[in-house]
Design a protein around this ligand. Sequence first.
Ligand SMILES: Cc1cc2nc3c(=O)[nH]c(=O)nc-3n(C[C@H](O)[C@H](O)[C@H](O)COP(=O)(O)O)c2cc1C
Ligand code: SF4
Length: 645
Amino acid sequence: MMFPHLFSPGRIGTMEVRNRIIASPMERNYCTAEGRVTQRYVDFLEARSRGGVGLMYTEATYVDPRGRGRQLQMGIYSDELIPDLARLVEAVHRHGARIGPELHYGGRVVDPGVSGLQSWAPSVVPYVGAGSVPPHAMELDEIADIVEKYGAGARRAREAGFDFIGIHGAHGYLLSQFLSPFTNKRQDEYGGDLQGRLRFPLEVIAAVRRAIGPDVPILYRMSGDERIEGGLTNDDMCEVAPYLQDAGVDLIDVSAGIYESNQWITQPMEMPQGVLVPIARKIRPHVGIPMSVSGRITDPSVAESILASGVTDFVTLGRAMHADPEFPNKAREGRLDEICTCIGCNQGCSDRHAVGKPILCLVNTATGQERKYAIRRSPESKRVLVVGAGPAGLECARIAALRGHQVTIFDRNSEPGGQILLNRVVPGREEMAGHIPWLSTAVGRAGARIELGVEVAEDLVRRERPDVVVLATGATLGIPQIPGILDSPVVDGYDVLRRPIAAKGRALVIGGGIRGVGIARVLAAKGMEIVLAEAGPELVGDIGMRSRAIQAGALAALPKASVHLRTTVEALGADEAWLWEATGKQWRVGDIGLVIPVRPLLPVMDLAALTDRLEGVSVHLVGDCLQPRNAMSAIHEAAALAHRL
Ligand SMILES: Cc1cc2nc3c(=O)[nH]c(=O)nc-3n(C[C@H](O)[C@H](O)[C@H](O)COP(=O)(O)O)c2cc1C
Ligand code: SF4
């Protein structure tokens, strides 16, 4: 077997688990406003159990409505919720995985605008993202009340048939708020030194144990390092871990970060695979119970090597299981090129979660839409011609072919992928291009034909005699209307990324989205001085939220780069530019060797006239050629069309 450690059975307390893969808890916004499980939720987790995972958590599941952070989060605060939870458990058990809830109470990070109630916390340490009403510092009777609510949640979980109880002790929610000196400023027995700050989490573990008896395993998620000044360090958590073991925890699951350091909770593609392993390695010698670790584990060989090295006994996969429910089965059977790998973009999951929307996935359009987007054979097999092998064209071709259509996809380039491939040369963004090999292989596996290096014109379309034409021709960079631009040393921004332009001196980059920042970083690495002007108030607003700070920080750290927000370029000359800031400040920049505008993006609509000219053929536009947007929107639009054809 290829991954002997990953697929050997494991044990947590009294519980046998069929392999070492844990699907991590992820809030999904799939429940009702009452926290009730929906069919969508059942379908999602049932697909992951069918896909071969050993064990799965639900998601942060609130034990009391005051502690819920999202309108559509899962709850376990009332006996009325038990029948639906039991239905969920039954669906998961049908395919052999173990399942448990992750008992949760949000505390200071809960926005009263969502819960409808003032948040409760150990101390009045407001969180900026939680609205203007500060949290209330809990009284002793309120602490006792919440401890009991954890116990009641655990009892309900057992009545619903869950196999284990997860406790959310990580990420800056109530338990870690009590534990952390960053958020616990109390002077009473629940604050002060470590013993005091541990009191609440240990009481919660005891209440859960009382409710479930000695045999049901407890899994405890902790932030092994809060990565924040004044918060809990990796060393602190080495001290904490034995207390959790002594309190009756059966597995410690290591994560990291709190809301103020949230790129450590859901690490973006800029962070490496297995980024939290060193944190878990440090904790390992301090406990004898099984451990697991999460954090950008998206490749089965990385998972295998973590287990083989003995750092942990299990691996916790969040987004990898979100992106491909069949990850375990495919890895076990050696079908590695079939694994639809999470690229760490956070656009479909984390970013949508943050604004209360049901989470989706950029690379897997069926994630969270398992029933809606199940492949249904088309009643007739149509001849479908797709023009453009970027992400939208490929996704449309893949699904249309799976549905039984005869699909041919043309692209003028010698390689599929379109613009997204340019990410290969942008530091930290390389994985963005990583979805294309999977997608193009999947297109071939589905039975579609890919023709590369072909310029499509009307006569070719007519020769192919299609029933359906899908134009997915993408967008291209235009030249902004800045006076003097044609006399300036203006170059195509995409060319800068496609070809190694060896330039010296100063480059003026116009636009601070990821293209502009990426180009600036690439040119800076070649020794150029960068002046970047962005008309809006922020940099890289077009990529996942967690990535923004990293990309903007990398730009700011360049020794020879100056960034000007709310700034437009008024005029250009042969080697100079006049910049205008929203404050009214105007100034001249000289010695410019390159001008690189990264806006406007113009839809490529050369073939759009076909819409009226081909009788009896339905012509559709998808993705950026309809309106330039991000890859997430383009791919999902393409999937929606392909399921309708
Ligand atoms: C949309 C989203 C929701 C999450 N919700 C939870 C949660 O409810 N409880 C939790 O402990 N962690 C939650 N996490 C963190 C993940 O469980 C996991 O630790 C993190 O994504 C890093 O692991 P990964 O790289 O395998 O995804 C969430 C992550 C995402 C992307
Ligand atoms: S949306 Fe992006 S980060 Fe989230 S699971 Fe999908 S590929 Fe991974």
